[in-house]
Design a protein around this ligand. Structure first.
Ligand code: SF4
Length: 430
């Protein structure tokens, strides 16, 4: 049977290698998983993959090294616990991310993320887009993730019992990073879906594949883009959307323990242990954070030190490297686009760093797609390929981006470094 790998993308699959191994990305709105869902993921990973999961910066979970004939059963078992990978890759509305896991308003963010996920996922009107379309929901500006979304929603208050959001638009990373611009201020929750629908449709109608929304806005300018949106909203029937922001979420009011996971690489067996602690001793929920860790929310008034002791006893705080904030994409360990072994590089860099270096936020990406969001770290390392003019040989080189200002993306400060030169930079930080 000939497999159409391009078509598989809409089901959250990318081809990993010439042998046809597949990566499957599961959408997890706002990164929140019930313990039952986590247990199902562990079981699938042990049975069909290599028992190792990858936590992404957008709160999704990836399986690697799957084969095509396993997919029907995997999809069935994901659906049985309310999970899906539909639209997690390819030209679709991707998983709805949230970077403000540790804030008071996280339960509200989860509800918004779930509602948007329900509306856009698997909906044929919002599939087959020119390229990916990313939405993020955050309860404040601290993490700056709104800058890199096609649509970034930032909670700014409430009016008439409705939460209100600033709407940021047309951000993105990749080869040509661009910060989002502020489209609207204080939009009430009931206006989110009609507005995002219009943005998606304007994007679909006016953008050639494989370009993102930022390309369209660059081509026509912000003023013309706003006109296109206005026209779309005049002529297209507007969805009648009821506000349904209530529903079960991670219980609020309790502390949230951050469990550091090096490189977002999590053994299924370790996730199972966390799921059982969440189920038996806490809220029954876990969350994948924007820094590729696991957050364990506790019940209001629950004794944090008891749970910490349980986690310590199971070795969850023993990995010194995991304590350094270092976001890492799979690189050529698992990704066909990867130019370097990102996890190995990060391990070696951390080993050589002094305390000042370890206290900063880092990210390394295995290619210019920038899946680990290096432009939002204090220092980001982006791999690229250098082709020798003399003999055509290829070798990896690295650009270093640095972020000095929380309201913009990091900029390249050093280009075309060898790995030894990257070490010199990271070792010498003071
Ligand atoms: S940044 Fe490149 S190498 Fe890393 S996961 Fe994304 S596409 Fe793959």
């Amino acid at each position: 049977m000939t497999i159409d790998y391009q078509k598989l993308r809409l089901d959250g699959l990318y081809q990993q290698d010439k042998e046809g191994h597949l990566m499957l990305r599961v959408k997890v709105p706002a990164g929140v998983l019930s313990s039952t869902q986590a247990e199902a993921i562990c079981d699938l990973s042990e049975r069909y993959s290599n028992g190792i999961l990858h936590l992404t910066c957008r709160g999704s979970i990836e399986f690697h090294w799957l084969k095509h004939d396993m997919l029907a059963e995997i999809f069935r078992q994901l659906a049985a616990v309310g999970l899906s990978s539909r639209g997690a890759c390819g030209g679709a509305v991707r998983g709805i991310s949230c970077s403000t896991t540790f804030t008071h308003d996280f339960p509200l963010m989860q509800n918004v993320a779930r509602k948007l996920n329900r509306h856009f996922m698997g909906n044929p009107y919002f599939e087959g887009l020119p390229k990916k379309f990313k939405i993020g929901v955050d309860s404040g500006y601290d993490q700056s993730r709104h800058l890199i979304q096609d649509v970034g929603l930032v909670l700014v208050g409430s009016q008439d019992d409705q939460p209100c959001f600033d709407i940021w638009c047309a951000g993105g990373l990749g080869r040509e990073p661009q910060a989002a611009f502020l489209l609207e201020q204080g939009t009430p929750e009931s206006g989110l879906i009609p507005l995002i629908e219009a943005i998606v449709q304007v994007y679909r109608d006016n953008t050639p594949p494989p370009k993102r929304l930022k390309y369209l806005v660059n081509q026509v300018g912000e003023t013309e883009f706003r006109k296109l949106l206005y026209m779309d909203r005049q002529h297209r029937p507007q969805p009648q959307v009821q506000s349904t922001l209530d529903g079960p979420t991670v219980a609020s009011g309790g502390e949230i323990i951050n469990v550091p996971i090096f490189a977002g690489e999590l053994q299924a067996a370790a996730l199972l242990r966390l799921a059982l602690i969440a189920r038996d001793a806490a809220t029954g929920f876990l969350a994948v954070t924007a820094d590729q860790n696991i957050a364990l929310p506790l019940l209001a008034g629950q004794n944090c030190s008891e749970i910490r002791k349980q986690l310590e006893a199971q070795g969850f705080f023993n990995n010194a490297q995991a304590k350094v904030c270092f976001r890492i994409c799979p690189g050529n360990h698992e990704c066909r686009m990867g130019l370097v072994a990102t996890r190995d590089i990060a391990r070696d860099l951390i080993a050589g760093m002094g305390e000042n270096g370890r206290n900063r936020k880092w990210a390394v990406s295995g290619c210019s797609n920038s899946c680990s969001q290096p432009q939002l770290a204090d220092h980001g390392i982006i791999s690229r390929r250098l082709v020798s003019k003399e003999d055509g040989t290829r070798s990896p080189r690295f650009d270093i981006v640095q972020r000095n200002d929380a309201s913009s993306l990091g900029q390249i400060i050093l280009e075309n470094l060898t790995l030894a030169e990257v070490h010199k930079f990271t070792d010498g930080l003071n």
